[in-house]
Design a protein around this ligand. Structure first.
Ligand code: ADQ
Length: 759
C-alpha cells in the first residue's frame, strides 16, 4: 500500500502549461489517501500517477472516503489537505452509506459492469436495486463536485464507477469542461447490448467533452455502440460523436506507469537487500523464477495460468527442482462471492500442484498473498527470469510494464496475453492466448530457455519504448487533446453574446454576401427530407436581402438544384445544389462536367442500395443525380450500423476513387470523388457574381449546421464571418455559433437592418 513515487514527475508542468489558468478537479471512486489506523495508499497505477501531478499543480480530488478514520480528519465541508505530511491539494471525501457501498460499488460497478466489460457474462448480475444505487451515487458525486467547483475548472472523471456522473454534472453546469478516462475494455456491441441499461450508460458518457480509452479498438467499439444504441452521428476519422446537440471527442490514450520512479526504486540498495532476502525466504536458491502478480480477479486468468504451469511440469520433467513459479496475489473485492470462490480455488490448486510435484526440498509454486512494499515488488520483478501475464481480458495491464521498468539487468522475458491491451505496444514480448494451455506452457518453456542475447535484445527494445511512453506521456496526450478542445471552445463566440464585431465587419465594406445552408440552418430538420419547409418569415428576410443591390444571397445545399430552388422559392438569388456540384443564378445554370460523368455510377449504386436496404425499415435511398443520400433518421437504432455497412460495401464495389461516402446528420451522402466541396462552390459563386478582388470589397457571412459546411468554414476562414448552428460548443472551423434556426433568422434580421438598400 505504498506510492511508487513521492517525487514530482519529469514534466510536472503539463497541466499548468497546457491548461493555463485552469484548475484541475479529479473525480474517482477510490481516494489517494485512506485514513484508517495508519494512513494508507491504495494499490494501483492511477493514484500513484495522479497524486504527484496534483501535488505539483494543486487542485481538488473528489472520491469516496472508504477508510474507517476518514471522516475523523475532514473539515465541515468534508475536505482534508493531502499529502498528510506536506499538504499540497484538497481531497473532498464523499461519505457513502453501507447500503450504497453494497449496491453501487460491490453491486452495479463490480457485479454488473466489471463482468460485462470483461465479457464474463456468467458472473454478471443486473439487479434493479444495483442500478438505482448506481444512479444515486453518480448523482451524489456530481453534486459534490459541482458544489466544490472553483474558477475555470477542468473536471477529469475516471472509470466505470462513474459513467453517469458527466451527464448529471452537465445538467448542473452546462458549460463545464468535462473529460473522462475509461480504464477497462469497451467490448463490441454484440456483447455490450446485453446490458439492460446500455443506452443510459452511453448517454451519460456522451456528456463528456473528451472521452479516453486505452486502445483504438475500444474507441471503435464505443463508436459502434453509440451509433447502435442512440443513433448518434459518428465521425470515425476525426473521432467525434455528435448526439443530442452535443459533441464528444473520443480518443485512445494508452496508460502507462511512472517508469522513472520504478527504475529508481529497482536500482536502489534497498531493492538489492530485498532481492537477497526474498531469494532466501522463498528458497529460490539458483533456480529459474517465473513470476505472476495479480489482484485475485477472474479476469486475470490465474487458474488458466496454473493449468499451464502444471502442464509444463508434466511435459518438461527436467524443469522440476530447477524452476519456481512465484504467485504474488492481492485478495480483491472479497465481499463478492465469485472473488472469494476464486481465491479458494487458486489456493486449493496451488496446494494440490505442490503436493503432486513438490519434494521435501522444493515446492514448484510459492504463493504470496500478503502485501509487500513497492520496493519488495521491484525486487520480485528483478528476480524473475520470466513474468507471466495471462489476462482473459484486460484494458491495459500494468504488471508487465512494471516488470520491464524494473529490469535493471535486462535479462527477463515477458510472456504476455494477447487479450491484454498492453500487447499492442509489446511486439518484443512472447504473445500467448491464455485459453491455449499448451501454448502458454510452451511459451514459458521457450522463455526460460531463450539465449541471453535474445532476451537482452528484446528487453532493451521494450525498455526504450516504455521510457518514451510513461504515465506522463499519457497525461500529456490527454491534456493536449483537452487543450485543443478548450481552444476551439474559447475561439468560437456565440453570435448573440456580442453582435458588435459582426456589425463592424459588415459596416467596413461596400458589399455583403450571405451564404446559407438549408436543412438545419434556414429550416428545421424533419423526420423526412420532404417535410422540411422554409418559414415564411425567413423567406421574407431572404427576399428583402436579395433585393438589396449591395447584398448577394446564396443558398448552398446537399439537395438537388430543382429541389432547393422550389423550397426556397426566390428567383433573384443564387443557388448551389448537390453540395455545390450544380450552381445557378437568375438566367444561368452550370454543373461540373466530371460530376455529370459520374451520374451513371451514382444511379447504379442507388439501384443496388435500394434493393439491399429494402428490408431495413425506413431507410431511404435518394438518387439526386450527381450525388445520392441514404437517410436513416427513422431507422430503428439497432439497424443503423447495418445501413452504414451496406453503404460501405456497395461503395467497395464501385471502381476505386470514383465515389465516396460522407457522414451528415442522420444521413450518408454518396458523392463523386472530386476536388470540390461547399467551400470551393462558395468561393466560385462569390467570384462569379462579384469578380476578382471580391475579398477586399465584400463581407461574407456563411452559416451552416452540417459537417459538409465545415469545408466552407475552412475555405472562408480568412475572409468571412463563419457561423455554425449548434446547441453546444463543438470543434468547428467556424468563428461564431448560433443555437437554432430561429437565431439564424435573428442574424439575418440584424444584417438586413445594417444594410440599408441605398447609401
Ligand atoms: P487492474 O485491473 O487493477 O487495473 P493492472 O493494470 O494490472 O490491473 O494494475 C494493477 C496495479 O496493482 C499494478 O500497479 C500492480 O502492481 C498492482 N498489483 C496487482 N496485483 C498486486 C499484488 N498482488 N500485489 C501488489 N500489487 C499488485 C485497471 C484495469 C487495467 C488497467 C489499469 C490502469 O483493469 O487493465 O491497466 O486499471 O488503467
Amino acid at each position: 500500500m505504498v506510492s511508487t513515487s513521492a517525487q514530482p514527475p519529469p514534466g510536472p508542468g503539463t497541466v499548468r502549461d497546457l491548461l493555463p489558468g485552469r484548475s484541475l478537479v479529479v473525480v474517482t471512486n477510490r481516494e489517494p489517501y485512506v485514513h484508517s489506523t495508519l494512513i494508507e495508499r491504495p494499490t494501483g497505477g492511477l493514484v500513484a500517477a495522479l497524486d504527484p501531478v496534483m501535488q505539483e499543480t494543486g487542485g481538488l480530488w473528489v472520491a469516496w472516503g472508504s477508510g474507517e478514520a476518514d471522516f475523523d480528519v475532514v473539515d465541515e465541508r468534508g475536505c482534508v489537505q493531502v499529502p498528510p505530511e506536506a499538504p499540497r491539494y484538497t481531497l473532498r471525501r464523499l461519505r457513502l452509506s453501507r447500503r450504497e457501498v453494497e449496491r453501487f460499488y460491490h453491486g452495479y460497478a463490480n457485479q454488473s459492469l466489471w463482468p460485462l466489460f470483461h465479457m464474463a457474462m456468467d458472473k454478471a448480475r443486473f439487479a434493479r436495486r444495483y442500478w438505482a444505487a448506481y444512479q444515486m451515487v453518480n448523482h451524489r458525486f456530481a453534486e459534490t463536485t459541482f458544489e466544490m467547483l472553483g474558477q475555470n475548472p477542468v473536471v477529469w472523471i475516471h472509470d466505470y464507477h462513474l459513467a453517469l456522473c458527466p451527464r448529471y454534472l452537465r445538467e448542473l453546469k452546462p458549460d463545464l469542461f468535462i473529460m473522462q478516462f475509461w480504464h477497462i475494455p469497451w467490448p463490441a456491441w454484440d456483447v455490450y447490448r446485453m446490458c439492460p441499461q446500455s443506452a443510459e450508460l452511453i448517454e451519460g458518457l456522451l456528456a463528456n467533452d473528451l472521452l479516453g480509452f486505452h486502445l483504438p479498438r475500444h474507441v471503435a467499439n464505443f463508436m459502434d455502440c453509440a451509433a447502435h444504441e442512440l443513433g448518434a452521428e459518428v465521425d470515425r476519422q476525426q473521432g467525434f460523436i455528435r448526439h443530442g446537440g452535443r459533441c464528444t471527442l473520443v480518443r485512445a490514450f494508452p496508460i502507462s506507469i511512472d517508469v522513472g520512479a520504478w527504475g529508481r526504486i529497482a536500482s536502489s540498495r534497498d531493492c538489492e537487500r530485498w532481492m537477497a532476502r526474498l531469494r532466501r525466504r522463498l528458497r529460490l536458491d539458483d533456480r529459474q523464477v517465473c513470476l505472476g502478480v495479480d489482484r485475485l480477479d477472474y479476469t486475470k486468468g490465474i487458474l488458466e495460468r496454473l493449468r499451464a504451469i502444471e502442464l509444463l511440469l508434466q511435459r518438461v520433467p527436467e524443469l522440476r527442482d530447477r524452476f519456481v513459479y512465484v504467485q504474488k496475489a492481492a485478495p480483491s473485492r472479497t465481499r463478492i462471492l465469485a472473488y472469494r470462490q476464486l481465491q479458494q480455488q487458486v489456493e486449493a490448486e496451488i496446494t494440490r500442484i505442490n503436493a503432486v510435484y513438490g519434494t521435501p526440498h522444493w515446492q514448484p509454486i510459492v504463493y504470496i498473498p500478503r502485501p509487500i512494499p513497492v520496493v519488495g515488488m521491484a525486487a520480485l520483478y528483478r528476480l524473475a527470469d520470466v513474468c507471466l501475464v495471462t489476462s482473459l481480458q484486460d484494458g491495459m495491464n500494468l504488471v508487465g510494464k512494471e516488470f520491464v521498468a524494473s529490469q535493471q539487468d535486462e535479462r527477463g522475458v515477458l510472456v504476455l496475453s494477447s487479450l491484454a491491451g498492453a500487447i499492442e505496444a509489446s511486439p518484443w514480448s512472447i504473445a500467448i492466448n491464455p485459453y491455449d494451455t499448451e501454448g502458454v506452457a510452451e511459451a514459458v518453456r521457450q522463455a526460460l530457455s531463450m539465449p541471453e542475447q535474445e532476451r537482452r535484445q528484446r528487453m532493451v527494445q521494450m525498455r526504450s519504448h516504455l521510457a518514451r511512453h510513461d504515465i506522463y506521456h499519457w497525461m500529456e496526450q490527454s491534456f493536449r487533446a483537452a487543450a485543443r478542445l478548450l481552444d476551439t471552445q474559447e475561439r468560437t463566440h456565440w453570435v448573440f453574446a456580442d453582435l458588435e464585431p459582426i456589425r463592424n465587419a459588415v459596416a467596413g465594406r461596400d458589399h455583403l454576401a450571405v451564404l446559407l445552408d438549408f436543412d438545419g440552418t434556414l429550416a428545421e430538420i424533419a423526420d423526412r427530407p420532404d417535410d422540411v419547409q422554409l418559414d415564411p418569415r425567413l423567406r421574407g428576410l431572404l427576399e428583402r436581402l436579395g433585393h438589396n443591390p449591395r447584398v448577394l444571397v446564396a443558398v448552398i445545399s446537399g439537395r438537388t438544384l430543382e429541389d432547393i430552388r422550389r423550397r426556397v422559392g426566390l428567383e433573384h438569388i443564387l443557388y448551389a445544389g448537390n453540395h455545390g456540384l450544380e450552381l445557378a443564378g437568375p438566367g444561368w445554370r452550370v454543373a461540373r462536367d466530371d460530376a455529370v460523368e459520374a451520374r451513371g455510377l451514382v444511379a447504379a449504386c442507388c439501384d443496388r442500395l435500394s434493393l439491399r436496404l429494402r428490408d431495413v425499415r425506413d431507410a431511404l435511398v435518394e438518387n439526386k443525380g450527381l450525388s445520392a443520400s441514404v437517410h436513416f433518421r427513422l431507422v430503428p437504432r439497432g439497424e443503423i450500423e447495418t445501413v452504414r455497412r451496406i453503404v460501405l460495401e456497395e461503395l467497395g464495389r464501385v471502381p476505386p476513387g470514383r465515389l465516396e461516402a460522407r457522414q451528415g446528420k442522420m444521413v450518408l451522402e454518396i458523392l463523386p470523388v472530386l476536388d470540390w466541396d461547399k467551400g470551393r462552390a462558395a468561393r466560385w459563386l462569390l467570384e462569379h457574381a462579384l469578380g476578382d478582388g471580391w475579398e477586399a470589397r465584400c463581407t461574407v457571412v456563411y452559416a451552416g449546421d452540417d459537417s459538409t459546411d465545415e469545408d466552407a468554414f475552412v475555405a472562408l476562414a480568412g475572409t468571412g464571418i463563419t457561423v455554425r448552428v449548434t446547441q453546444y460548443p463543438q470543434p468547428t472551423a467556424a468563428r461564431y455559433l448560433v443555437r437554432t434556426v430561429g437565431e439564424v433568422g435573428r442574424l439575418l434580421e440584424a444584417l438586413a437592418g445594417w444594410m440599408p438598400a441605398s447609401t
